[in-house]
Design a protein around this ligand. Structure first.
Ligand code: PHE
Length: 443
């Protein structure tokens, strides 16, 4: 039942754009292209697509079914669908994990604000690999600067959230997602015109069986979980706002399709440029914040106007993609506080901002003044990243599929997702997660 006082998305397209927005993010832009090269080229893409559609999609559907049926936040949903049970812990877990992810994700979002600003007002000082590295060191390691840009990014996220589901999230993602596709296609087109770029294309489309290891499947699965925003309640929360007559399956498939296409396009935007410059595709933030600025600055020597335009567009794309994801994380906690603590949207937004600012600041400073502070041998930033992406997300995804597959009424779930996906939710997804989780612990 759609409750009268609850906000809802205005249309199916709006819901799909919001879900796709949550999915499309930093994970697509820097993690996916790098992983493709590292773990077997086209072979990794195929394994990734298999994981995305046969394991991750059923989990997305299980979260969506819970959200659409309960029409409430993660915690309240568990209380409604399984009253008086420990399942509420899952509701709490999925308030904690998006909160942690929001905090460190906003730090990276802040770096994109910084690079965008710098590339707008002057040329990036990244003409050599050393200066590109130094620039990133400055952006991430200067306390006041990283705190400022992180605050700006978190503030932008909060502003969209405060406007609400229809006026904030819906309006923003409806414009942002099509724009992001146009931008990434334009950047890929530019990248493919660079001399020697076909090496990069080869890197992306050649299956390399020698790189196939037992870990490949686990990496592909982990990446598809992160990319499709599973196990942290974002899908559940957004689905609680979907229209009654919308199809969960169709919306879920579209989300997986958009997310996968965007990741592949990002590969074609980044790798040809990297190869054209004769560089090795580096892992993680260095690819986006060191290698690409270096390449674009180099291009600026011969084509200053074009390279400046591409630089600005590139960081705008990263910022846009990061924002469409961060609002989905914020909204999970927002709805929890609104329903559980009876807070107004505004008040909840401010409370989350302050709390995420504290944890996020610790993450931000872990690249500079707090770099010596270690938790289990990791900096605060890395610990939050690893703990939430590798453990909390997996656990959340596993429990959501068990809940939808084994705890909820069969007729409700099967009625929404159909026989095939019901089977996948019950058997395939939880078993695969369990096997991979145990293998990871043992290996
Ligand atoms: N899917 C986002 C990305 O690819 C990250 C994310 C994870 C967003 C979990 C929301 C929830 O960057």
């Amino acid at each position: 039942m759609v409750q009268k006082d609850r906000e809802n998305f205005g249309s199916r397209i709006a819901f799909i754009m919001a879900l796709a927005g949550s999915a499309i993010g930093l994970g697509n832009i820097w993690r996916f292209p790098y992983m493709v090269g590292e773990y077997g080229g086209a072979l990794f893409v195929l394994i990734y697509l298999f994981c995305a559609f046969f394991i991750s999609l059923p989990i997305l559907l299980s979260e969506a079914v819970i959200g659409k049926t309960a029409r409430s936040s993660t915690y309240e949903a568990m209380g409604k669908l399984a009253p008086g049970t420990r399942w509420r812990m899952l509701g709490l877990l999925t308030v904690l994990s998006p909160f942690i992810i929001l905090s460190f994700y906003s730090v990276v979002g802040g770096w994109s604000v910084d690079y965008l600003f710098r590339s707008c007002v002057s040329a990036l000082d990244a003409g050599s690999q050393v200066s590109a590295c130094e620039l990133f060191g400055k952006v991430s390691g200067t306390s006041w600067e990283t705190l400022l840009t992180f605050t700006v990014f978190l503030g932008m996220t909060a502003l969209i959230i405060i406007l609400g589901v229809k006026n904030g999230i819906e309006k923003f993602t409806k414009v942002a997602i099509p724009s992001l596709f146009v931008l990434i296609v334009a950047i890929a087109a530019y990248s493919l015109t660079l001399p020697g770029s076909w090496e990069g294309v080869r890197y992306l489309v050649t299956p390399d069986f020698s790189k196939l290891t037992s870990g490949t499947f686990a990496y592909a699965l982990g990446q598809s979980f992160f990319s499709m925003s599973l196990g942290v309640g974002t899908v559940l929360t957004y689905s609680s706002y979907m229209k009654e007559d919308d199809s969960i399956v169709k919306s879920g498939i579209w989300t997986a399709v958009f997310d996968s296409i965007f990741a592949i396009l990002a590969g074609f935007a980044i790798m040809p440029a990297v190869f054209s410059a004769g560089l090795e595709p580096g892992a993680g933030p260095s690819l986006v914040f060191e290698t690409i600025p270096f390449i674009l600055t180099k291009m600026g020597e011969t084509a200053p106007v074009l390279s400046k335009a591409v630089t600005v567009l590139f960081f705008l794309t990263i910022l846009g993609a990061a924002l469409t994801s961060s609002i989905s994380l914020y909204e999970v906690v927002e709805l929890h506080l609104m329903e559980r603590r009876n807070m107004s949207r505004k008040k909840a937004c401010v409370v989350i901002f302050m709390a995420a600012w504290v944890l996020g600041s610790l993450c931000a400073l872990s690249f500079g003044s707090l770099s010596g502070v270690k938790i289990f041998g990791e900096t605060i930033f890395s610990f939050c990243d690893i703990f939430s992406s590798n453990y909390l997300m997996m656990l959340g995804a596993f429990l959501f599929s068990i809940f939808a597959g084994w705890k909820m009424d069969k007729s409700v779930v099967q009625g929404q997702v159909g026989k095939f996906f019901y089977f996948m939710i019950r058997w395939m997804s939880p078993v695969v997660i369990l096997v991979i989780f145990v293998c990871n612990l043992v290996i």
